[in-house]
Design a protein around this ligand. Structure first.
Ligand code: MTE
Ligand code: LUZ
Ligand code: MOS
Length: 782
């Protein structure tokens, strides 16, 4: 609140006036409720999973006797205790909740210990004995493909005629890329709490992005109908895709124990358990071939993606599909052939992670362009700029582009001056020997909608209470991205009432059924549009009552800031009075609305269609500085023009951009996931897995909000913002490449992300340079 006691525009959704997000107030006071803040019911028991110590094998013996005798242990569950199907696979039924005869990855749950305390459960786990006959372990996706270990048949997206296109190319370059996985590192670890209700109903509090997935899977595993499972989610301390599918495991485990013991059961994972047992962003190994004509137009592009799916399908087929959708990023390429393999390995099943395969696809085309630029000795941005999508250009999957790719790029150039920035970098490099700068541009183009068309649907339940206050329930899950604030804004705007009179309730499967997960950046759009429809339905009834009372036509009634206007002039009716009058006439003050976007479809046989309601575009310029003695580096700046449509909450959207960029830079530069040949995670703690901290955040992040006025079917025209900014982080990788090359022109760098300080150092002193620079006294010769 400002000095005058008024809530400023940006702050009015927060009771404290602290920020643009309604949760800011309770967040800073430590009052926000996460799973571990739910008061524990008397008699609650605690669960903990015993997981496989090896990556692949046949279980010869499982001995829990000693563990069962441990103090406080109530019971130990195995696959034999599952009344329904031992199956948690979402897309493909290929994943057991508890291993039955075989284990397929290190960290695969085998047994579930339930004890009086958390400590007792974990102590008992150490006493479980298992003998496993080792089977062949595969960790490399190319090896899996060679051995025929594919989760689904390969898929190919094509446009034009790739075979004849090569002959028209003046330049052709080939290469190979690697992108590593990424740990989600949501601040709140995975967990759930199941509480028995009367008549066999189980309520599951779950830290999940997909309450319906938890409900559906619990019903399947317990062989009870879905209406006996209530899933309730207040908010998550981050999900980032890691809880789209993989929160289910823990919810169902608690439900299983609760079902048998008729007691509340809670399981909240420790950080290292979480890192070890859950899947991550998919590592990819890829091959590319790119062909350009003399004017640097890309005529042909071929890519083969080997996706490291891990030991079960999880969401991998959908992630792989999005890699294909985004394999040409923001560029129009007339002849494309992209093939992807979903490779089964003995790693924990990899899963959704902000970008959902898109970033992996985009990295490869950017590497191809970088390679072409390097060979042609020109800046990559010259190639990028010449090939940006224009209105009407066709993507390999048949949909046509709008023109924002160009709009964002030109605005970037106009605002920041691409050539000028490059000149500054070059000047710096010519003056400095031991520090070098590098710059790279990263345009993005991300399709908004679940690529599985049927998932694009949502419902909202709006109640207006007789005192005029409003309650909203939707299928959207708040995980820090501000979706609840946006839902509240929708109701506040449609009803034209003070936001303090509106409450967004928890996400609950008894209020809103059959929800799609909060994912694909589409939660605000889908649930927001449903909320809009519901509010409008109630508003229409209220207006009718006002029209009847005031004896004017309903079209002449308006509600503005809680006051009723008739024929444009103020009346003595206000919001509260109108609500009460409507109730007195026995007219419903509630509405359950359904929304599904029109005109989206995809034909899987043809691999063509119109899968996205719209695309989000943007361009980033990243500049980095490397220390050429140590190999360490800093990101100086990321300057962005981002297409927000017409942002409905600039503070939240800015936060999404900044967070996404930093998370993307982390993936591309420092987060180095490492599994050994035995499939064991070597980086299962924060001491061995480095995520960006405040020191690794770019010194400058500038976001220009590009208003694009086109009809975009986003909620209030405010485009989805959750995932796209992550892909700006790819620019930091190529900027680092350029900085290394400024020091060592013969660095011979591979396209192998992340670009850790170690890799930078190796690049700086790759053999040729070493001979040139180092003598017995080392670096002194410079
Ligand atoms: N922001 C925060 N703070 N925490 C998160 O877990 N998840 C991201 C993004 N932004 C996430 C986040 C991911 S992966 C998605 S898909 C979107 O938020 C989902 O929310 P939306 O659909 O409301 O944008
Ligand atoms: N999840 C999903 C997603 O199930 N389908 C998608 O298309 C998607 N896209 C991005 C993130 N999560
Ligand atoms: Mo986000 S990867 O769609 O949860």
């Amino acid at each position: 609140m400002n000095k005058n006691g008024k809530i400023s525009e940006a702050n009015k959704y927060s009771p404290s006036g602290v920020g643009g997000n309604i949760d800011s107030y309770t967040h800073v006071r430590g009052e926000s409720v996460y799973l571990d803040d739910i008061p524990v019911v008397n008699g609650t028991l605690f669960a903990s999973a015993f997981d496989s110590p090896v990556a692949h094998g046949k279980i010869k013996l499982l001995d829990t006797t000693e563990a069962e005798a441990m103090p406080g242990v109530i019971r130990i569950f195995t696959a034999y205790d599952i009344p329904g199907e031992n199956q948690i696979g979402g897309i493909i039924p290929d994943e057991e909740l508890l291993a039955n005869t075989h284990v397929h990855f290190c960290g695969m749950p085998i047994a579930l210990v339930v004890a009086e305390t958390d400590e007792a459960a974990r102590a008992a786990i150490k006493k479980i004995k298992v003998e496993i006959e080792l089977l062949t372990i595969i960790t490399d996706p190319r090896e899996a493909k060679e051995k025929g270990e594919l989760i689904i048949p390969p898929r190919t997206f094509q446009i034009g005629d790739i075979t004849t296109a090569w002959s028209q190319c003046k330049y052709i370059f080939e290469g190979r890329t690697e992108t590593n996985g990424q740990e989600h590192l949501y601040i709140e670890t995975q967990g759930a709490y199941a509480v028995p209700q009367e008549n066999g109903v189980i309520r599951i509090y779950s830290s999940t992005q997909g309450p319906t997935a938890v409900q559906r899977t619990a019903a399947r595993v317990l062989a009870i109908p879905m209406n006996q499972i209530e899933v309730d989610t207040t908010r998550l301390g981050g999900g980032f895709g890691g809880k789209e599918d993989q929160a289910t495991t823990w919810g169902v485990m608690c439900a299983l124990a609760c079902y048998h013991l008729k007691k509340p059961v809670k399981y909240s994972l420790h950080r290292m358990e979480d890192m070890r047992m859950t899947g991550k962003r998919h590592p990819y190994s890829s091959d590319f071939k790119i062909g350009l004509n003399k004017d640097l137009k890309i005529l042909a592009y071929e890519a083969v993606f080997y996706q490291n799916a891990g030991a079960a399908a999880d969401l991998s087929p959908a992630v792989m599909e999005r890699t294909l959708f985004h394999c040409t990023n923001s560029y129009f390429i007339p002849n494309v052939k992209a093939t992807a393999y979903c490779c089964r390995t003995n790693l924990p099943p990899n899963t959704a992670f902000r970008g959902f395969g898109g970033p992996q696809g985009m990295f490869v085309i950017e590497a191809a362009i970088a390679k072409a630029a390097e060979q042609l000795n020109i800046p990559a941005y010259e190639i990028q700029q010449k090939n940006l999508l224009q209105t009407g250009d066709e993507f390999p999957y048949g949909q046509k582009a709008e023109s924002e790719a160009n709009e964002c790029w030109s605005k970037t150039n106009q605002l920041y001056g691409i050539k000028k920035l490059q000149q500054n970098v070059d000047d710096f490099n010519s003056k400095n020997k031991l520090y070098k700068k590098g710059m790279a541009l990263m345009p993005i183009c991300f399709g908004i909608s679940f690529t599985k068309t049927l998932m694009n649907q949502a419902r909202a339940l709006v109640h207006v209470y007789t005192d005029g206050s409003v309650g909203i329930s939707t299928g959207a899950v708040e995980m820090g991205q501000g979706v609840n604030t946006k839902m509240l804004q929708v109701a506040a705007k449609i009803f034209s009432i003070d936001p303090v009179n509106i409450k967004v309730t928890t996400t609950n499967t008894y209020r809103i059924a059959n929800t799609s997960p909060t994912a694909a950046s589409a939660a605000a759009d889908l649930n927001g549009r449903a909320t809009e429809i519901a509010c409008n339905a109630v508003l229409q009834r209220l207006k009718q009552v006002a029209a009847d009372e005031l004896k004017v036509e309903v079209s002449k009634i308006e509600i503005k800031e809680e006051t009723v206007f008739a024929n444009g002039s103020k009346t003595e009716w206000d919001w509260k009075k109108l609500v009460m009058a409507t109730y007195s006439k026995r007219i419903s003050l509630s509405e359950l609305a359904h929304y599904t976007p029109e005109d989206i479809h995809f034909n899987l046989n043809k691999e063509k269609g119109h899968p996205f309601v719209y695309h989000v575009y943007g361009t980033a310029i990243s500049i980095v500085t490397i220390d050429c003695i140590r190999g360490i580096y800093e990101v100086d700046s990321v300057k962005v023009v981002h297409d927000f449509g017409k942002s409905m909450n600039t503070m939240i959207d800015l936060g999404q951009c900044e967070g996404g960029i930093v998370q993307g830079i982390g993936w591309m530069t420092m987060e180095e996931l490492l599994y050994n040949k035995e499939g064991k995670l070597m980086t299962s703690a924060l001491s061995t897995y480095k995520v960006p901290d405040i020191y690794s955040v770019p010194k400058e992040i500038t976001i220009h909000f590009l208003k694009t006025q086109k009809n975009n079917s986003a909620i209030f025209g405010s485009k989805a913002v959750g995932e796209p900014p992550l892909m700006y982080g790819i620019g930091a990788y190529f900027a680092l490449h350029n900085a290394v090359k400024a020091f060592n022109t013969t660095a011979g760098l591979k396209y192998d992300a992340p670009m850790t300080p170690e890799k930078v150092l190796m690049g700086l002193y790759s053999p040729a340079k070493k001979n040139e620079l180092l003598n017995a006294e080392g670096i002194k010769v410079i």
